[in-house]
Design a protein around this ligand. Structure first.
Ligand SMILES: N[C@@H](CCC(=O)N[C@@H](CS)C(=O)NCC(=O)O)C(=O)O
Length: 213
């Protein structure tokens, strides 16, 4: 079996998603640190984004596609139910997080702290303050979603949860989002319980975004 390479910077939430997926499946891999828009990334992703993956002759980009490959090409516990309804619910939550949660929580709020782009390097308050009311509504959605079973889908961890957990990690660390998370008691409990999992603990980035890793 050729070596599986996960290529990308460890602090990236989407690189982390793929690493948790490997850990849950117990699939060995080599992490190749690389920033977006570098040669090894551009060779695989048409828009230079991380993560990308190399496995022998197989190259893939986009975290969802990489996780699909990891889940189906290797033995180990399935990361998404094969049942059509539950499997579709996992896809639904991955899509909701990728199209609504990540653009607001990561690309607006977290980026305004970690990559502010302001003249003095201070957090971009204008963007943060615009994001906060929408974030409160999104936290309420997530809080309701995990209230019944402590998972986004079904009664055990799936790719839906794996795709969300890295974002919650960063939200917990920042002032406004940390308060919002603690006030969303179901989501907070969900976050803390999942962060006890070895797959999550062992892959937690050692450096925040914006610092060399
Ligand atoms: N849809 C992509 C998103 C990946 C993504 O946005 N990665 C960020 C780092 S977390 C990136 O490479 N950003 C650089 C850019 O957008 O140019 C996936 O799921 O893999």
């Amino acid at each position: 079996m050729p070596e599986l390479q996960i290529i990308g910077a460890p602090p990236s939430n989407y690189v982390w998603v793929v690493r948790i997926a490997c850990a849950e499946k117990r699939v060995p891999y080599r992490l190749v640190p690389a920033m977006p828009h570098t040669a090894e990334v551009d060779a695989i992703h048409p828009f230079g984004k991380i993560p990308v993956m190399r496995h022998g002759d197989i190259t893939l980009c986009e975290s969802r596609a990489i996780c699909f490959y990891i889940d189906h090409a290797f033995a180990g516990p399935p990361l998404a139910p094969r049942d059509p309804v539950a499997g579709a619910e996992v896809e639904q939550w991955i899509s909701l997080v990728n199209t609504a949660i990540d653009p607001l929580f990561v690309r607006q709020y977290l980026v305004s702290y970690f990559f502010p782009g302001t003249p003095d390097g201070q957090p971009n308050r204008a963007v943060i303050d615009t994001a906060l009311p929408k974030m409160a509504a999104h936290f309420a959605v997530l809080d309701r979603a995990v209230a019944n079973t402590g998972h986004l889908v079904g009664h055990s961890i799936t790719l839906a949860d794996i795709n969300l957990l890295p974002i919650l990690f960063y939200l917990e660390k920042l002032p406004e989002s940390g308060v919002m998370l603690r006030q969303a008691t179901n989501l907070d409990r969900y976050y803390r319980r999942h962060f006890e999992r070895p797959s999550v603990k062992e892959t937690t980035p050692q450096t925040p975004p914006g610092r060399s890793s």
